[in-house]
Design a protein around this ligand. Structure first.
Ligand SMILES: [Zn+2]
Length: 410
């Protein structure tokens, strides 16, 4: 009965057209002064599906707490002696205007595309526009079909559309609410195509496959119903909560740790590895190109981290020294633009252990030599549109550094 009631409630609440109201939610910043507080926060994340951990790092965590858990949360933190700060989300983010703001004018007036965040249809049209404008170097494809009936948009970039000996795969937007990851990947492809002559020396023999929005259903949902939605929108058969965390659905050490079997969890791993149309398409694409794929990049926000495998365990990857050194080189290229400092390491060390991400899968199951995850700058999933260009530019510098390195690989 309980299950049926929840099902009815969620179904009805989706019937409203307004956005989910977060005005009474609080954002807690917790200082992990010692290992035991860090461990405690990991336990809390695993045992409380209704606490939304925006960040869970070694030394700090950021948690979104619903009003009904506010007192309990404060009590728990005081009991363990943790130093924390809490603010109303609405107060902290009242300076952020993402949509329908005063028009922000950038220098890149040619399209004005990077003055704002865009809906999925507009992004697809933009990618088609780029492919039509640069037919020698870019091709648009529409692939897979999500639970919501949307297709994934792929842009393939290769000099004179030759089949590259080496493939680079880049994806953004696997978590619906991380809008800046999408605009950043779009900025990169735009920069590359608009200045192709400048970059073409690095691109010889290289093909780049780009999926700026891996989770279009979830992304649209963040625009229409729930700005802080993370997962896709798939309903498991007979389930009462929707959505699979695509970042826990890749089939390497799937479900081993840091993922949940509970469909209501923010880190639900899905029924099976690659149960989702989005991840299954990525699997097929990478398997079909297994031996020429040299670099895989998964873009997320936030925290200024550059991760390499392993995410699922603390033990070192066989080529850890190389992965680390290349990561540092890329972080340095980003730093040069405006001083943004990334931490380079494994997610298992810098955050917590979690299995089912693209980076571990590409490296561990397919032997892709360079496999990384970006967590872009910020302290929220919401960004002012004026962040789009600087974050786009500095991250593009990092991607280009990666491509130069791939160019030098045998
Ligand atoms: Zn993410």
């Amino acid at each position: 009965m309980f299950v049926i009631l929840i099902f009815l409630f969620t179904t009805i609440s989706y019937g409203y057209s307004e956005q989910k109201d977060y005005s009474r939610y609080k954002k807690f910043y917790v200082n992990h002064a010692n290992e035991s507080i860090y461990r405690y926060m990991i336990d809390l994340a695993e045992s409380h599906d209704n606490l939304d951990f925006w960040l869970l790092a070694r030394n700090t965590s950021i948690i979104l707490v619903p009003p009904e858990l506010d007192n309990e949360m404060q009590q728990e933190l005081e009991n363990i002696g943790a130093v924390y700060k809490d603010t109303l989300l609405a107060v902290e983010e009242n300076q952020i205007c993402e949509e329908r703001c005063e028009p922000y004018r950038s220098k890149r007036q040619s399209t004005g595309f990077f003055n704002n965040f865009h809906r999925y249809d507009a992004i697809v049209q933009y990618l088609q526009f780029l492919a039509a404008k640069y037919p020698d170097h870019a091709k648009f494809d529409s692939v897979a079909k999500t639970a919501g009936g949307r297709h994934l948009a792929v842009l393939r970039i290769a000099p004179y559309r030759r089949v590259g000996k080496k493939l680079v795969y880049i994806q953004g937007g696997s978590h619906a609410r991380e809008w800046i990851s999408i605009s950043t990947v779009l900025y990169f492809v735009t920069e590359l195509l608009e200045n192709f002559n400048y970059y073409q020396n690095y691109l010889k023999g290289i093909e780049i496959g780009v999926v700026p929005v891996l989770n279009p259903d979830g992304y649209e949902y963040t625009h229409t119903r729930d700005r802080l939605w993370r997962k896709n929108l798939n309903f498991p058969p007979g389930g009462y909560c929707r959505g699979v965390d695509l970042n826990r659905n890749f089939g390497f050490k799937w479900g081993y740790i840091g993922a949940s079997r509970n469909p209501c969890s923010e880190v639900y791993s899905g029924r099976l590895p690659f149960s989702e149309a989005e991840t299954e398409w990525v699997r097929r694409y990478l398997v079909n190109n297994q031996y020429r794929t040299k670099l895989v990049i998964d873009v997320h926000s936030f925290g200024k981290y550059l991760f390499y495998p392993w995410g699922y365990q603390l033990g070192s990857a066989p080529t850890k020294a190389t992965l680390h050194q290349i990561g540092q080189q890329v972080a340095k290229a980003i730093y040069k633009y405006r001083g943004t400092k990334y931490s380079v390491g494994t997610a298992s060390q810098l955050l917590y252990k979690a299995a089912g991400g693209l980076d571990d899968y590409a490296y561990g199951a397919l032997g892709v030599p360079l496999s990384y995850t970006f967590e872009l700058p910020g302290s929220s999933f919401r960004n002012n549109p004026r962040d789009i260009i600087p974050i786009g530019k500095e991250t593009t510098a990092g991607f280009i550094e990666f491509i130069k390195i791939v160019n030098g690989l045998s």
